[in-house]
Design a protein around this ligand. Structure first.
Ligand code: SF4
Length: 232
């Protein structure tokens, strides 16, 4: 039976505290948010049907025994019907699991505890889409402080990653930190952009902002190495 897994491939982790780590990436299709700048619209705005199932996940794990890390991402992977099975397979094979989520959904407690690193990426207002009905749904759902707190309490390790479009975004980030009590050293700021040119325009002011405010700077390695391509 097919599930909503749309991509499985070995790669380097491109973002966050494990950037550069060889990993097997498992991507699910389907998302509850509609970010204006979504870099995987084939999992959100026009969600593709899954073409893989958990047997394909097992095949990829067995074919890459030299790779220790697995990235489960989306779309929004917490909505994936077979997430429990995927996590169990990874645990069975002794993999280190990074789960990347928009931090609006919880999963079963035992599954959260099996995650080695949860990469929480709450979306700022810069993500709101132009279309009114979509923006209303998106803005209602995009920040869930209680969900962020529960993930932090449950997973073995965590970090937060914010996509920053404009220096003014810092106000929202600081408000969220105040409300949630998250430590600054666990927060990464990443420039918004799908091309090297767009990223370059934001790097300098974002690097300065990270130094001034005490946040970590986050690159998008896969774009630097390969450009805006699928399957890398
Ligand atoms: S949460 Fe992620 S997958 Fe969903 S629309 Fe935003 S960027 Fe795309």
């Amino acid at each position: 039976m097919k599930t909503n897994i749309c991509e499985i491939y070995p790669c380097l982790q491109g973002e966050g505290s494990r950037a550069g780590t060889p990993s097997i990436l498992i991507r699910t299709s389907g998302c509850n948010l509609r970010c204006r700048w979504c870099d995987t619209p084939y999992t959100s705005w026009q969600p593709e049907e899954g073409i893989y199932n958990t047997e394909d996940v097992l095949f990829a794990l067995n074919a890459n025994t030299h790779i220790e890390d697995v990235i489960i991402t989306g779309g929004e992977p917490t909505l994936c019907r077979s997430l429990g099975e995927i996590i169990e397979l990874c645990v069975e094979k002794g993999k280190r699991i990074t789960l990347e989520t928009n931090a609006t959904q919880l999963i079963a407690e035992n599954l959260m505890r099996a995650v080695d690193l949860v990469s929480l990426s709450p979306k700022l207002s810069n993500s709101s889409p132009a279309e009114k009905a979509a923006a209303l749904r998106h803005d209602t759902d995009r920040i869930r402080i209680s969900v962020i707190r529960k993930w932090i309490e449950s997973a073995a390790d965590y970090h937060l990653k914010f996509v920053v479009s404009d220096p003014g975004d810092i106000r929202e980030i600081n408000e969220l930190i105040e409300e949630s009590g998250i430590e600054r050293r666990n927060i990464y700021l990443m420039p918004e952009g799908r091309t090297e040119k767009e990223l370059q325009q934001k790097r300098l002011w974002l690097a300065d902002l990270c130094i001034r405010e005490g946040f970590r700077y986050c690159e998008r390695l896969h774009i630097i190495i390969y450009g805006d391509k699928r399957g890398v």
